[in-house]
Ligand binder design. Structure first.
Ligand code: GLV
Ligand code: GLV
Length: 317
C-alpha cells in the first residue's frame, strides 16, 4: 500500500515530484486545511511549514503519522515532546539556509544603520531637497563592535562576514567555543548577555525560540543596550518584546532595528510599523532561490528516508 504524505505548502524546486514518485501526496494550505483533516487518519508523513502548529491535538488526528519534516531550521512550531511521546520523528533543514540567513542579517544591519529603506521612502515621498552634510546620518558600520546572541551555524556565518567589515565580534551562548575556532572566526566570548549589550554597537540575534529565550529582549534588556546601537533579528520574533522595542526605538537607547521576524506573523506591531528607524522584511531570511529549493528537497528526502525505514537525514534531537 502506498504511504500518504501531506504537503502543507508550496515547495520550490522538484521536491513535490520526488515525493510523488514514492507516495500518495495530498496538498493543502496548512495543517488546518480540510485537505489535511480528510487525509489525517492515513497520513504517514507531513512536510510542514513553520506556520503550522504541530501539537498533541493535531497528532491525535493522525495515528499513523511517522515523520514531520519541517521546512525550516527552527522547530518552535512543533511540540517535540508530544511527537516523541507518539513516536513521531521530527526533522528540520539545518545547514542549507545558513549562508542565506546570514546574508539577510548583514543586509538588515547595514540597512538599519545606514537608513537605506528610510532613504528610499524619503526619495519616493519627495522629501529629498538636495545634498546637505547633516542629512540622514547614522552609526558607522565598518569597524563596529558586533555582538552575536547565539553562535551556532548562522551566528558563525555572520561572524565570517563581519571580518570583511573590520568588525570586532563578540558572542554569547551557554557554551564557549574552543579557542582555535574563536581565533579563526575572530570572535571573542562574552560571558553574559548584559555585557554583550553594554559593549556592542550592534547586536544580532541567532538563537532558537525556546521558553528560555521568549522575550529575552524585554524592556529591561533593551535598556542595557548602548545608546545609538542597532538590533537585528532574523531568528524568531517572540525573542523580542515588540512593544518594548518600539519604546527603545522611539526614546532610545536604540538608533535602529532590522527585523525579519515578528511575534504574530504576518501581523507587525503597529508601533513598529510607525517607526521610520525600523527596517522590516517579511520573514525572508532563507529566501534565496537555491536555499528554498534545498530546504524543500531536504524535507522531502527526510520523509522518503524515514518512510523507507532508514534513518532521517537531519533529525531534531
Ligand atoms: C526560518 O525561519 C527557519 O527557521 O528556517
Ligand atoms: C542554525 O542552524 C544555527 O545553528 O544557527
Amino acid at each position: 500500500m502506498t504511504d500518504t504524505v501531506f504537503v502543507s505548502g508550496e515547495l520550490p524546486g522538484d521536491a513535490l515530484e520526488v515525493l510523488r514518485e514514492s507516495f500518495e501526496v495530498v496538498t493543502g494550505a496548512g495543517v488546518g486545511s480540510p485537505e489535511f483533516a480528510a487525509a489525517a487518519p492515513r497520513v504517514r508523513g507531513i512536510v510542514a511549514m513553520l506556520t503550522d502548529r504541530i501539537d498533541d491535538a493535531l497528532l491525535a488526528t493522525a495515528p499513523n503519522l511517522a515523520v514531520v519534516a519541517n521546512v525550516a531550521v527552527g522547530v518552535d512550531n512543533i511540540d517535540l515532546a508530544a511527537c516523541a511521546a507518539r513516536n513521531v520523528l521530527v526533522t528540520n533543514t539545518p545547514d542549507v539556509l545558513t549562508e542565506a540567513t546570514a546574508d539577510l542579517a548583514f543586509g538588515l544591519l547595514i540597512g538599519a544603520a545606514r537608513r537605506i529603506a528610510e532613504g528610499d521612502r524619503v526619495i519616493r515621498a519627495g522629501g529629498w531637497t538636495g545634498w546637505t552634510p547633516g542629512f540622514m546620518l547614522g552609526p558607522r558600520v565598518f569597524g563596529m563592535k558586533l555582538g552575536l546572541v547565539g553562535f551556532g551555524r548562522i551566528g558563525k556565518a555572520v561572524a565570517r562576514r563581519a571580518r570583511g567589515f573590520g568588525m570586532h565580534v563578540g558572542y554569547t551562548q551557554r557554551n564557549r567555543e574552543v579557542e582555535p575556532l574563536e581565533r579563526v572566526l575572530g570572535a571573542t566570548y562574552v560571558s553574559s548577555l548584559d555585557e554583550l549589550c553594554a559593549t556592542s554597537d550592534a547586536v544580532s540575534i541567532h538563537c532558537p525560540l525556546t521558553p528560555a529565550t521568549r522575550h529575552l529582549f524585554d524592556a529591561k534588556q533593551l535598556a542595557k543596550m548602548r545608546p545609538g546601537s542597532v538590533l537585528v533579528n532574523v531568528s524568531r520574533g517572540a525573542i523580542i518584546d515588540e512593544a518594548a522595542l518600539a519604546d527603545a526605538l522611539e526614546h532610545g537607547p536604540l538608533a535602529a532595528a532590522g527585523l525579519d521576524v515578528f511575534e504574530d506573523e504576518p501581523n507587525v506591531h503597529p508601533r513598529l510599523l510607525a517607526r521610520p528607524n525600523a527596517v522590516l522584511t517579511p520573514h525572508i531570511g532563507s529566501a534565496d532561490r537555491p536555499t528554498r529549493e534545498a530546504m524543500a528537497s531536504t524535507a522531502a528526502a527526510n520523509v522518503v528516508s524515514v518512510l523507507e525505514g532508514k534513518p532521517a537525514l537531519t533529525p531534531v534531537r
